[in-house]
Write a protein that binds this ligand. Structure first.
Ligand code: PAF
Length: 301
C-alpha cells in the first residue's frame, strides 16, 4: 500500500490506473478506523480493481462549537487497518494541502435534503461534506465510491448531488455495522464514558422495538416516533435530539409507513452525538427490515 500526502501524486497514480483500464473504488473517511470502515474497504476491494482510501478530518464540515480539535485520530492504527484490508493507496493530506487558500470560496450545496434531520442541529455540516467529497471525486476519478448506511442522510445527500451534477461515479451504500450489543459503530463512540457506553445501545434497542411495532401492523409514523422517544427517555444518560420516519430517498417525513422508509434518530450521551437508523419495507402485508450487521455475525468476521 502506498501512502500519499500530495494531491498531484494521488491524481497521477489514479490517472495511471485508469489508463491501464482498471476501475477505481474510493472510500472517503475521517480515519480512526473501526470495523465499519474496514467493511467499506472490503466492499471497495470486492467491487473495483484499485482501492483508494482517504483519511482527512475535514474542518469545513464542523461547526464552530463542534469537536474538530477533539476528533479521535490514530494514524498508525489506520495504516495498519488499511494495509490489512489490502487498500492500494491511503491518502492522508494536510489541511493546507486540501485548502491552500483557507476555507473554499466555492462550495457544493444540496438544498432541502440537508436542512432536515441532522442538518437542523448542524447547519452547513453537509455543505462541508459535499464540497470535500466533490474535491475527492475530482482528484481520484473513481467509478464507485463507498459510504456507510449509518450516516444515512450523508449517503442520501451524496447520491442526490451525484445525480444532480451528473458525476460519473456510482455511490454505493454499505451496511451499517454494529457492536455486539447493537450500538452503531462510530469513531465518536470514543467520547463515551463507561456509564454512557453502557447506556448507548438503548438507542438501537428503541429503534428495534419500533420495527417490531411496524411488523405487528403499526403504520402511524407519529406513534412509532413516540415509541422511540419514550423508550430513549427512560434512559438517564441519553437525550433524544430527533426521531423521524422518512422516505428513504427524499428524507421527507411521512405520516404513514408505506413502501421503503427509514426510522432515523439522533441522541446525545455526554459529549457524544449518536445517530442510528433502521430501514423497513412495507408493502401490503409483506414486511422486511434492515437492521445492519452486528459484530460476531458471519458476514462481518
Ligand atoms: O463520513 C465521513 O467520514 C465524512 O463525512 C466524509 C464522507 C469522509 C467527508 O469528510
Amino acid at each position: 500500500m502506498r501512502v500519499i500526502e500530495r494531491i498531484e501524486d494521488l491524481r497521477a497514480a489514479c490517472d495511471l490506473e485508469r489508463a491501464a483500464g482498471r476501475s477505481i473504488g474510493l472510500v472517503p473517511t475521517m480515519g480512526y478506523f473501526h470495523s465499519g470502515h474496514r467493511s467499506l474497504i472490503r466492499n471497495a476491494r470486492e467491487g473495483t480493481d484499485f482501492v483508494v482510501v482517504t483519511v482527512f478530518v475535514n474542518p469545513t464540515q464542523f461547526g464552530p462549537d463542534e469537536d474538530l480539535d477533539a476528533y479521535p485520530r490514530d494514524i498508525a492504527g489506520d495504516l495498519a487497518a488499511a494495509t490489512e484490508e489490502c487498500a492500494d493507496i491511503l491518502f492522508m493530506p494536510s489541511v493546507s494541502e486540501m485548502y491552500p487558500l483557507g476555507p473554499p470560496e466555492t462550495t457544493v450545496v444540496v438544498s432541502a435534503l440537508t436542512e432536515r434531520l441532522c442538518g437542523r442541529a448542524r447547519p452547513h455540516h453537509f455543505d462541508g461534506v459535499t464540497t470535500v467529497v466533490t474535491k475527492l471525486f475530482n482528484i481520484v476519478g473513481p467509478c464507485s465510491a463507498y459510504f456507510g448506511h449509518k450516516d444515512f442522510q450523508q449517503l442520501a445527500v451524496v447520491r442526490w448531488m451525484a445525480r444532480d451534477l451528473n458525476l460519473p461515479v456510482e455511490v454505493i451504500g454499505c451496511s451499517l455495522i454494529r457492536e455486539r450489543d447493537g450500538l452503531a459503530m462510530s469513531s465518536r463512540n470514543a467520547y463515551l464514558s463507561s456509564e454512557e457506553r453502557a447506556a448507548a445501545p438503548a438507542l438501537f434497542a428503541s429503534l428495534f422495538e419500533a420495527t417490531e411495532a411496524v411488523r405487528g401492523g403499526e403504520r402511524d409514523s407519529a406513534a412509532v416516533e413516540k415509541l422511540v422517544t419514550d423508550a430513549v427517555a427512560e434512559n438517564a444518560f441519553l437525550d433524544i435530539e430527533y426521531v423521524e420516519v422518512c422516505d428513504s430517498l427524499t428524507l421527507q417525513r411521512l405520516d404513514k409507513i408505506d413502501g421503503e422508509v427509514v426510522i432515523a434518530a439522533a441522541a446525545t450521551a455526554g459529549r457524544a452525538r449518536l445517530i442510528d437508523n433502521v430501514v423497513v419495507r412495507v408493502d401490503g402485508l409483506s414486511f422486511e427490515v434492515d437492521l445492519g450487521i452486528r459484530l460476531g455475525s458471519d458476514s462481518i468476521e
